[in-house]
Design a protein around this ligand. Structure first.
Ligand code: AMP
Ligand code: MN
Ligand code: MN
Ligand code: MN
Length: 284
């Protein structure tokens, strides 16, 4: 048996990715991925199509979602893995988040208009073909209009705290996100834990609360983590008795430094979140 290629965090046009679910799964397959989770932001609209294509190609598709939460004024992302997208409570929760996204988008557009940038709502919508409207769609519009050179610069200039197009998040609570994930049969993972802008003390406090509230795993290996960060997060997984996940957080070929399935192995001593999953060809 060979080693499985596992990628448990990715996006399609159902949220702020640029590939259709079909294209995403085809690309994962071409990259040799055996197990892929589609984890669109605050919606599951891409899962049916992705599941169909995965079945045709013999790739195992893990139904997932990436839920936005607010915790003490900070936005965190919680990935749910092996959720049941048909679960009514989960869907009611996610549709509330999407409703907030619409209000927020209107407010972002008002603030940008005050800053002299007109038509941002329509502009962002033109880049959004799925269920959600996000900052990424505004970013693509602003780059297209020449207000910044690339995605990284446009976020920094307009869309983060203390910038003209920033609107604070009013997302789910940690408890809500965990209950939606667990009630629908899934496991909860703190996404890209090294990417949050807060002190180590506060990050540890969040991990402890997540664990105490029943959260299962930490995304130790992420497309946005350095090797050193993965090692640090492996230590945290051990310290808080959390399982370890790995995911590229792939959004599309426009970010060529991130590829589906091209992830380092979990550091020594981690217990994989998939340890009790029914995977074909799994090695110990
Ligand atoms: P939202 O959930 O609408 O607030 O948008 C968050 C998304 O914006 C993330 O999932 C990323 O896809 C994207 N994003 C956040 N910060 C950056 C950044 N600095 N550069 C590029 N994309 C970013
Ligand atoms: Mn995103
Ligand atoms: Mn995220
Ligand atoms: Mn993501």
């Amino acid at each position: 048996m060979s080693h499985l290629s596992i990628d448990l965090h990715s996006h399609s046009i159902a949220s702020d990715g640029t590939l259709t679910p079909t294209e995403l799964v085809q690309r994962a397959h071409a990259q040799g991925v055996d197990v892929l989770a589609l984890t669109d932001h605050d919606g599951t609209g891409g899962l049916e199509e992705a599941g169909r294509v995965a079945k045709e190609l013999g790739l195992q598709l893990v139904p997932g979602v990436e839920i936005s939460i607010s915790w003490n004024g900070v936005t965190f992302h919680i990935v749910g893995l092996n959720i049941d997208p048909k679960h009514a409570g989960l869907q009611a929760g996610l549709s509330g988040l999407r409703a907030f996204r619409i209000e927020r988008a209107e407010e972002i557009a008002r603030r940008l208009a005050k800053h002299g940038i007109e038509g941002a709502l329509e502009g962002a919508k033109a880049f959004a073909s799925g269920q959600i409207l996000g900052r990424t769609h505004f970013a693509r519009f602003l780059v297209e209009q020449g207000h910044a050179k690339d995605m990284r610069k446009v976020f920094k200039k307009f869309l983060v705290h203390n910038r003209p197009g920033y609107v604070p998040g009013k997302w789910a609570t940690l408890e809500e996100a965990l209950s939606w994930i667990h009630d629908s049969g899934g496991q909860a993972v703190i996404a890209h834990p090294a990417r949050y802008r807060l002190s180590a003390t506060r990050l540890r406090q969040f991990m402890q609360e997540f664990k105490d509230a029943g959260g299962e795993a930490l995304e130790v290996v992420s497309g946005s983590h350095s090797a050193g960060e993965a090692q640090g997060m492996a230590q945290y997984a051990k310290r808080f008795d959390l399982l370890a996940s790995c995911g590229s957080d792939y959004h599309g070929p426009e970010q060529p430094w991130i590829e589906l399935g091209k992830l380092p192995a979990l550091p020594e001593g981690c217990t994989p979140v998939w340890q009790n999953w029914d995977l074909q060809g799994q090695t110990a």
